[in-house]
Design a binder for this molecule. Structure first.
Ligand code: N01
Length: 559
């Protein structure tokens, strides 16, 4: 077993174009799992290129104080499809693992599965251009090195490209500033300092209580409050861990059959048809249980009926008023949009933090940030002098990391241009004009609306099966047909519009990025239904794709 990552070739060697069967971009959960399937299950020559100094993906970059997973750790790890031994050997210490624990897990998996020897760290993929004549992707890396591969697979993560709002004046700020998704490896001390946190999304909700514990003062610049669900975090005892391990088979079966990839028990009750007292009790129980199951396990109509949703909003408003002592602050912290139409953060003492004398909430909806000054932040109202600014301002989600690579398909058409009006995908896995390219948890797949690891395993296994099919049947290329793609885009939009989600501004609809096309990016039809669709497509000989050999082509069974 080797624990050493692959190294980049010597200069002379680099002049030779290295060729692989498949190149994968990114070494987070998806890149590691894809490599395992390509190399160990399919016997292909595969190479992973990772920009970070270590494996881990999102768990490598997001090292900010308080970073921990919002999915329960025992459900947020690889299944026995990777290795029963790994599943049985690893012990999670808390209900929600911290970033260092998950990073350790991923490094350990990479070492144990001997994946590192096919992963090059500190390598940025700059471009990927498809050569139609030879059905290969030519991939350009930093240092102008080129490699070639028949298959180009993006495992870049949905939340990678940083959103840095363009406030004027940042260059003249005399203090320190950080973005949560690119946090210094050595950590940052805020002891005795005045700190501004911009943003109140899932990241900020984790950062703020931690920073408030040591800073002299924290100013929280909030544009939109969120419905924060208590995490109810706790340690996992060895006995509990052993019990979970015994039941992992059933747990995974349940997760795969669940619309969000969790072993939750979806409710089929209507909030409106439930008497108020009973309804309150159900909400209260879900609040006490904590976790992202709140929506699924309470009522079935919260995302389709505004009236039903209002009952959840009232519940959150009451909870916030009960916890936060200052009624004005409580009101500012209370969301005015339907619950669940933005990703609800999990909180660990977030609301209580606003009772601390060293925390001030600044409402930048009514008094917007106008500029960063030498000494701090000026809103339309006044200047806040601070020593440090933390940007917890999120990501150009779903498409940002794909567009960061100059991806060009047939005829040199760029992905960015092809998707100028929004993603054009078939199943969120492939796009017409980009043969032999697959996206793991790409836009228009369930991805961020689910337990990511379950969605990742489904995508990786589907892609691996597809590549195996192509090889066994002598095909050199696969490409989504324009008709299948149009149908998927239309179906995706139709399902999205059955819910309240597209009505609320959020990163799910791209509303956080000025100029980004506003539409729902993840697929809302459920991971269970989506899996069935993908399986049906495969069983029908990759329906909706055209498969070709270099000397000729045929359309797939049902075109
Ligand atoms: O980013 P966000 P995030 N002026 O976009 C504000 C996942 N995650 O990093 O809401 C002022 O949600 C913005 O305001 P608004 C999870 O899926 C997972 O927090 O646009 N404010 C918002 O408050 C999550 O949803 C874990 O009005 C500005 C904040 O910045 C996703 O990552 C942990 C602004 C950005 O919130 C993203 O979360 C953490 C401006 N110009 C996160 N621009 C897990 O544990 C932006 N904002 C798995």
């Amino acid at each position: 077993m080797s624990a050493t990552p692959a190294t980049r070739p010597e200069q002379g060697e680099a002049a030779r174009v290295r060729t692989y069967d498949a190149v994968v971009v990114g070494a987070g959960f998806s890149g590691l799992y894809m490599l395992f399937w390509l190399r160990d299950k399919l016997g292909l020559r595969a190479r992973v290129f990772e920009k970070g100094k270590d494996v881990g993906g999102t768990w490598y970059w997001n090292r900010y104080p308080g970073a921990r997973c919002d999915s329960e750790s025992v459900y947020y790890c690889f299944s026995d499809h990777l290795s029963e031994e790994i599943l049985q050997e690893w012990n999670w210490s808390e209900r929600y693992a911290t970033q260092p624990e998950i990073q350790r897990y991923l490094r350990w998996v990479a070492e144990k599965m001997d994946l590192l020897r096919d992963i090059e760290l500190n390598r940025t993929v700059l471009a990927a251009h498809y050569d139609e004549q030879r059905a290969v992707w030519r991939i350009t890396l930093d240092g102008d090195e080129q490699v070639e591969a028949r298959f180009f697979i993006t495992a870049v993560g949905c939340l990678h490209a940083i959103n840095m709002p363009k406030f004027p004046g940042l260059a003249r700020f005399r203090g320190r500033w950080y973005h949560t998704a690119d946090w210094p490896e050595e950590g940052v001390s805020f002891a005795g300092r005045r700190v501004a946190v911009i943003g109140t999304g899932a990241t900020a909700v984790q950062v703020i209580p931690e920073v408030a514990k040591e800073a002299q003062h924290v100013y929280v610049f909030q544009r939109t409050p969120n419905h924060c669900i208590p995490g109810q975090n706790r340690k996992i005892s060895p006995e509990e861990m052993a019990e979970i391990k015994k039941n992992y088979k059933q747990i995974w079966q349940k997760m795969r059959a669940n619309r969000a990839g969790f072993p939750y028990n979806p409710s089929n009750r209507s909030a409106l048809e439930t008497p108020p007292e009973e309804r309150w009790r159900i909400y209260e129980e879900a609040w006490q249980r904590g976790g992202l199951g709140f929506g699924q396990e309470t009522f079935s109509d919260l995302l389709i009926s505004e009236e039903a949703n209002r009952t959840a909003q009232e519940f959150f408003a009451t909870k916030i008023r009960q916890i936060v002592r200052d009624p004005h602050v409580a009101d500012l912290l209370t969301p005015k949009y339907p619950f669940g139409t933005k990703r609800p953060p999990l909180e660990h003492g977030y609301y209580e933090t606003f009772n601390r004398p060293n925390v001030t909430l600044v409402d930048v909806r009514s008094t917007p940030i106008e500029e960063i000054t030498e000494a701090g932040i000026r809103t339309s109202d006044r200047e806040y002098e601070v020593d440090d600014i933390i940007f917890a301002t999120g990501f150009d989600a779903m498409t940002g990391a794909l567009f960061a690579i100059d991806i060009r398909g047939r005829g040199g058409v760029s992905l960015r241009e092809r998707w100028a009006d929004g993603p054009q995908t078939y199943l969120g896995l492939a796009s017409h004009g980009f043969p032999n390219m697959f996206m793991i948890t790409g836009p228009q797949s369930p991805s961020v609306l689910t337990n990511m690891v379950v969605a990742i395993e489904q995508h990786v296994e589907w892609i691996a099966d597809c590549i195996r099919y192509l090889r066994e049947n002598g095909f050199d290329a696969i490409e989504a047909t324009p008709e299948a793609e149009q149908q998927w885009v239309a179906h995706h939009a139709e399902v999205a519009n059955l819910t309240l989600i597209p009505k609320t501004d959020s990163w799910w609809v791209g509303a956080n990025i000025p100029g980004k096309r506003r539409l729902l990016y993840p697929y809302v039809g459920g991971l269970d239904a989506y899996r069935a669709i993908c399986d049906k497509v495969a069983r029908a000989g990759y329906q909706g794709f055209s498969l070709s050999r270099l000397e000729g082509s045929r359309s797939s069974a049902a075109g």
